[in-house]
Ligand binder design. Structure first.
Ligand code: 5AD
Ligand code: SF4
Length: 482
């Protein structure tokens, strides 16, 4: 396994190899030398802190960054008071960017007192030309900036940044390269995300993701299955297959394969007990997928199916390529095939031109479908997207009022559905000791609901039966049973 590559056996005085991932291991070996020098000078290990903003894809990317940092000898720090700080950024909504700018202000002050420290920024926000401009002008204390396409080159970029003074920027417009077998440091021992594809081709009119993550690229099924086998051998029992739109998996492969086919292959792997995936676009959710899910023992009874809006008129302006009726029909078909399934969604309020009638259509879908949970977002204008140029932006006060109404309805419906589960016995993956009460373990059911129950640390990573005794809105208190 590449995680076991011995960096000391790599000759760093020769030229770096051209092929990947060997090239990155060469640079890891170089960084390791730099770290040893640091240790000799300072009498201690240097520390590194990785902060992730945004989605599960970013969380997985950060595990890759941490994997490399650990491999070359950094010790993980618990806060930004570290020798190396990296922010893996998100730009899906404006407030994601604002968080980063805010924290950079704080980091600047810290670096003034610790001038030797290095600061790096990567991820989606770095793919925006305006962001790079602003960094160049006003954030000169940042040492290294790279984007989403060359994250696999982190070791090489870090080697560069460690050796030179001043800002080093390397942001690519796109890539079709997928580099396998780099080190990864998982956050959880028992569960893991697994990328199955990168990028998005859908161009929903409000969304910046296709611009910052590039075109859709699927990983080869053999690489995915090999990674999952290794994870299982390492004690992982639950995996989440990750992609912006998993339902279009495999279309760009030399030997095309559907997502449902991939799931069937994953299902066969021993050791993996639970399979999740994220995210499904309603426009290409196939009957084949519903069938595979319905017949599976391992795929969790949860489906995240972003609605975005319930108004066919707005859906068209959003370029979602389904209408209200099609979405409702799909939801009904799914519920019929899998009655116990939890359906969750994403909804945007205040898309340009959204009228009260349009909003009422959204409320109607929410009532009809009865979501088990929903992420609700206020529309955020993203520069460069078609929606940013649309007129009729909805006034803030109107959006806020609609948002509150939607949230209330979502919460009411979700609480009702959760209550109906009270008294049942569910399979629960014990994930951690409860933060507030050490006598309790917090676990997750297949339908993604959380339950707290009396238990001890040795349960963590195990799947146990829990009787749901009390519903507290969105979570439960329960008790282990046989
Ligand atoms: N404004 C608000 N929400 C957005 N999302 C994506 N782009 C925007 C935007 N510009 C939401 C969508 C998507 C989720 C990940 O983020 O609901 O499903
Ligand atoms: Fe954005 Fe639409 Fe792609 Fe999701 S499917 S990442 S909302 S463009």
């Amino acid at each position: 396994m590449y995680n076991e590559v011995d960096l000391d056996k790599i000759d760093i005085n020769s030229e770096p190899p051209m092929e990947e991932p060997a090239r990155q291991y060469y640079f890891m070996a170089k960084c390791r030398e730099w770290i040893r020098e640091f240790e000799r000078k300072n009498g201690r290990c240097p520390t590194a802190f990785t902060q992730t903003f945004g989605c599960q894809m970013n969380a997985r990317d950060s595990e890759k960054l941490t994997g490399i940092l650990e491999k070359i000898g950094y010790k993980q720090a618990e806060s930004e008071e570290a020798d190396f700080v990296i922010y893996n950024t998100c730009t899906v909504r404006e407030n994601a960017n604002n968080k980063v700018w805010g924290r950079l202000g704080y980091l600047n002050a810290y670096k003034k007192q610790h001038p030797h420290m290095k600061i790096a920024l990567c991820g989606c926000m770095m793919q925006e030309p305006e962001v790079i401009e602003k960094l160049r002008k006003s954030y000169r204390f940042v040492d290294l900036v790279f984007g989403t396409h060359n994250i696999y080159k982190f070791a090489e970029l870090l080697a560069e940044a460690l050796e030179q003074e001043g800002m080093f920027i390397d942001v690519w417009k796109g890539t079709d390269q997928i580099v396998e077998d780099l080190p990864i440091e998982r956050k959880y021992a028992f569960k893991s995300g697994v990328n199955i594809m990168f990028g998005c081709n859908n161009f929903c009119s409000y969304c910046i993701v296709p611009y910052v993550r590039g075109r859709e690229r699927s990983r080869k099924p053999q690489d995915i299955l090999r990674e999952i086998e290794r994870l299982a051998a390492d004690g992982v029992v639950e995996i989440m297959l990750l992609g912006q739109n998993v339902n279009s998996y495999g279309k760009t492969l030399e030997e095309p394969m559907t997502f449902a086919q991939l799931l069937s292959e994953v299902e066969k792997l021993e050791g993996i007990e639970r399979i999740r995936f994220m995210t499904s676009h309603p426009k290409d959710l196939s009957d084949e997928l519903i069938e595979v899910m319905a017949n599976s023992n391992k795929i969790c009874n949860h489906l995240h199916l972003p609605l975005q809006s319930g108004s066919s008129r707005i859906l068209k302006k959003m370029n979602r390529r389904y209408d209200k009726e099609q979405y409702l029909a799909l939801a009904a078909k799914i519920r019929k095939a899998m009655p116990g399934l939890a359906l969750t969604t994403d909804i945007i309020v205040g898309f340009p031109g959204e009228t009260e009638e349009d909003f009422e259509e959204t409320m109607d879908v929410v009532r009809q479908v009865g979501y088990d949970s929903a992420f609700t977002f206020i529309y955020s204008k993203r520069t460069g997207t078609p929606a940013a140029a649309m007129e009729e932006q909805v006034p803030e006060a109107v959006v806020k009022e609609r948002f509150d109404r939607l949230l209330k309805e979502v919460q009411r419906g979700a609480a009702e559905r959760a209550r109906a589960l009270t008294g049942s016995v569910e399979k629960v993956l014990a994930e951690e000791i409860n933060e507030q009460d050490e006598a309790l373990v917090t676990g997750r059911m297949g339908n993604n609901f959380i339950v707290h129950f009396p238990g001890t640390e040795d349960l963590i990573g195990k799947i146990v039966n829990v009787k749901l005794k009390e519903c507290r809105g969105f979570y439960f208190y329960g008790e282990m049973t046989d």
